[in-house]
Ligand binder design. Structure first.
Ligand code: HEC
Length: 248
């Protein structure tokens, strides 16, 4: 699949942006702690006129500018100190995309709260479905219950994925701002060695990494309801993609 290949290539190149995100955490924590109203929920009308490339060189040290170290410290990215939420996520991703024009990060249109339906199990109602077996004799009602309960679980994950507040973000950033439709989350590639963690990671470890770094929230209980819901939504979005653990 073309898109899968493109995504993989993008992921490889994107390793580098993780340094930028760590920089965001390290530099931003100190600089933003005193900013009042840092929590601002993103709006679709968010303006991005203070994109980093607009910042003149003389603005170094200006109180209006916050600096982020990018890609192993080779480059400094400047964004307006006023930025939070979608503006901040956009500004950092814009700058990163300018530096990596070959990467195709956003492959799908942003469309909030759209998720794949669960698998169609109607084959269970056809022909001989094993009468007398413990799990035989399903009814249409059973199938509807499974689908409804599963969808509810995934919808809850979608809600949290799209909500800076639910994620506990201190900068008004939610996952969809960088991963519309959960794009580029690649759940099918886990477990795999993650460079920024220095160890083999499960999907939940990378979710937690993004919660703590770009989203600037608190470490999430790996078995808590929030993490379970996020994992469910991310997996649902990759329905039909073959499992390929360890893939970079
Ligand atoms: C500011 C942008 C940004 C935000 C916000 C963000 N991420 Fe990420 N995320 C990234 C980048 C960049 C990477 C690639 C890092 C890498 O591969 O080294 C990434 C990687 C990931 C991965 C691993 C992808 C892979 O190919 O293995 C997962 C899973 C993930 N993010 C989930 C989330 C979740 C869940 C949230 C919300 C809690 C979130 N991200 C918020 C930028 C973001």
């Amino acid at each position: 699949m073309n898109q899968t290949l493109t995504n993989r290539r993008a992921t490889n190149v994107l390793l580098c942006v993780s340094f930028l995100l760590v920089g965001l955490l390290l530099v931003g924590c100190g600089q933003q702690s005193g900013v009042p109203g840092a929590v601002a929920l993103a709006s679709e009308e968010a303006q991005t006129e203070s994109a980093p490339s607009d910042a003149p060189a003389e603005s170094v040290g200006s109180p209006d500018v916050q600096e982020f170290t990018s890609c192993g410290g080779q480059k400094t990215v400047k964004v307006s100190k006023e930025l939070a939420g979608q503006d901040l996520a956009d500004a950092l991703m814009d700058q990163w995309k300018r530096d990596h024009p070959e990467a195709n990060w956003v492959t799908e249109e942003r469309q909030k709260h759209a998720f794949n339906p669960p698998a169609d199990n109607s084959h269970l109602l056809q022909g001989d479905q094993g009468k007398g077996h413990t799990y035989g004799n399903y009814t249409e009602r059973d199938l509807l219950t499974w689908a409804r309960e599963t969808e509810k679980f995934v919808a809850e994950g979608s809600r949290i994925f799209h909500s800076a507040g639910e994620l506990g973000s201190t900068v008004g950033v939610s996952c969809d701002m960088c991963h519309p439709h959960a794009a580029n989350t690649h759940p099918e590639t886990y477990p795999k060695f993650q460079v920024q963690l220095g160890r083999v990671a499960l999907l939940r470890d990378m979710i937690d990494w993004c919660v703590e770094n770009p989203v600037r929230g608190k470490h999430m209980d790996p078995d808590g309801p929030t993490m379970r819901a996020l994992e469910a939504y991310i997996m649902a979005q990759r329905q039909g993609v073959p499992m390929n653990y360890g893939k970079h």
